[in-house]
Design a binder for this molecule. Structure first.
Ligand code: ATP
Ligand code: MG
Length: 477
């Protein structure tokens, strides 16, 4: 059952019970009060009749010493008919409580009479022939006799009023409940609107519409819930987007990998087929074997790079203290045989906390790229400078440069600005991807600026580390 319907139903049940009880109590209270008032008047009437009877008895000619039954009847008859509009209903009984005179229709049992004693006044409510009466009883002392006087007062109107009151109240209650249902329905649907909006948002999100947000329509707890839901949706959307981007990146990676694999393999298979199917002269045989060799080498280099990336991503990294100078002397030794370029080294002394092999790999890759992009004899500057709270390495060349729109892409695996040019230099487009992975481990990243035709400047900043501590530990977990 819907929440708003439950709310409505319970409100109506509570309202119906409350109205029912209060109405019943109120009408009954009015009824009791009226009945008491009527009883008071009936007793007063009884007293008046007693007095009248006693007076009448005294005025009877003193012919007899005792009050005759026939005289009692006569007086009772007179009293009965002395009322202004309607005749009174009364009954007079003798000392033995046997009726001497009774008005027409005075047919009640003698239950009240039996309770009535000398000097006491009693009353009760009775129903007779579809009418309600208040019956009163008292004693009358006339001459030497003690008689019993009973009266009946018709109070049907009080009972009818009570019935009418109930009827009217029932009708009013039904109307109130109907009106209440309509009003409560509107209130309940207004109160539960945030829940409906949240449900809709949940369904839309479940159907994959992650950027859908629930509209906040109130500032109460439900409004807070909507705000929290939207925050959660935002976090979820970010996660989903990240995951999707990651999946896309992996797909791109696999696609590019397959493609890069295909080119050298096609050459290798082609030349191998040539060698086995025909007898070639010595020069052609050498050329074919050489193609197979160089393409094979390229594949080998690519697989080593890929392995490096995988190891860097998942491997354990051992940081150690190392002098910046030793990194530069390693580079100097490594590139001293490359006489086609002019390397210029400039650095500040500093103690670095790094995984030195990995940082050397980054620097070698950057220098390799710089060489590949530069003309023979051009200058390549390799700098190491202390900065506030860290150390910055920069590799600057005066080569072909990189178009602005390509700057974002060159760190992606297998991406090469000019594929044929890179391939001719044994490139696989993996060097900068590897550098990015390594630098991420050092909480750093490549910063590339380049002007087409003038050269490229690639740098990275290594923040100072608190020896043995902080991110070394967290990285290894
Ligand atoms: P690999 O490094 O795997 O042998 P690669 O050098 O082609 O191959 P990356 O080092 O990732 O791959 O570089 C990606 C691309 O970025 C290069 O192909 C090149 O087009 C461009 N690039 C990188 N460094 C420079 C540079 N200094 N000057 C001009 N272009 C560059
Ligand atoms: Mg490279």
């Amino acid at each position: 059952m819907k929440f708003s319907l439950k709310l409505l139903l319970w409100t109506m049940i509570v309202m119906a019970i409350a109205l029912g009880f209060s109405g019943f109590y109120f009408i009954n209270y009015v009824f009791e009060t009226s009945l008491e008032r009527e009883a008071g008047q009936a007793l007063d009437e009884n007293s008046i009749l007693s007095f009248a009877f006693e007076t009448a008895a005294l005025n009877v000619p003193a012919k007899y010493d005792v009050l005759q039954d026939s005289t009692v009847e006569q007086i009772a008859y007179n009293l009965e008919n002395s009322g202004q509009n309607t005749s009174r209903m009364l009954r007079l009984s003798n000392e033995e409580k046997e009726p001497l005179y009774a008005s027409d229709g005075f047919e009640t049992d003698d239950g009240l009479l039996l309770e009535t004693g000398q000097g006491t006044k009693t009353y009760r409510t009775i129903e007779m022939n579809g009418h309600y009466y208040i019956q009163t009883g008292s004693t009358v002392n006339a001459l030497d006799r003690v008689l019993y006087l009973e009266t009946l007062r018709d109070v049907s109107v009080v009972f009818n009023e009570r019935e009418l009151g109930f009827l009217v109240y029932r009708q009013v209650t039904v109307i109130m409940l109907l009106l209440g249902t309509i009003i409560m329905h509107l209130i309940a649907s207004w109160l539960t609107k945030p829940i409906r909006l949240l449900t809709r948002a949940t369904k839309r999100m479940a159907a994959g519409d992650y950027d859908y947000r629930a509209k906040q329509v109130s500032n109460d707890e439900l409004g807070q819930l909507t705000r929290d839901f939207n925050k959660m949706a935002e976090a979820l959307e970010e996660n989903v987007n990240e995951l999707e981007a990651e999946i896309q990146a992996r797909e791109d990676f696999v696609g590019a990998f397959a493609h890069e694999l295909k080119t050298p393999l096609t050459s290798i298979i082609g030349y191998a087929d040539l060698l086995r199917s025909r007898k070639l002269d010595e020069e052609k045989s050498f050329l074919s074997a050489n193609y197979i060799y160089t393409e094979g080498k390229r594949l080998e280099a690519m697989s080593i790079r890929l392995l490096d990336i995988m190891v860097t991503r998942h491997g354990q990294v051992q940081f150690q203290e190392i002098q910046a100078e030793s990194l530069f002397s390693y580079l100097r030794d490594m590139f001293q045989n490359n006489e086609s370029m002019q390397f210029v080294y400039a650095y500040d002394q500093a103690l670095l906390w790094v995984e030195s092999n990995l940082i050397i790999t980054v620097l070698i890759n950057l220098l390799d790229n710089a060489c590949k992009a530069s003309e023979e004899g051009s200058v390549i500057e390799v700098d190491g400078h202390k900065e506030e709270r860290g150390y910055r390495f920069t590799v600057k060349d005066h080569g072909i440069g990189i178009p602005k729109e390509e700057l974002q892409k060159i760190t992606k695996a297998f991406y090469m600005v000019d594929k044929s040019r890179s391939r001719s230099r044994n490139g696989a487009g993996l060097g900068l991807a590897l550098c990015t992975e390594i630098l991420a481990l050092h909480h750093s990243k490549l910063e590339i600026t380049s002007t087409l035709g003038e050269g490229t400047n690639i740098s990275f900043f290594l923040p100072d580390l608190e020896k043995e501590g902080e991110w070394n530990e967290e990285d290894n977990h």
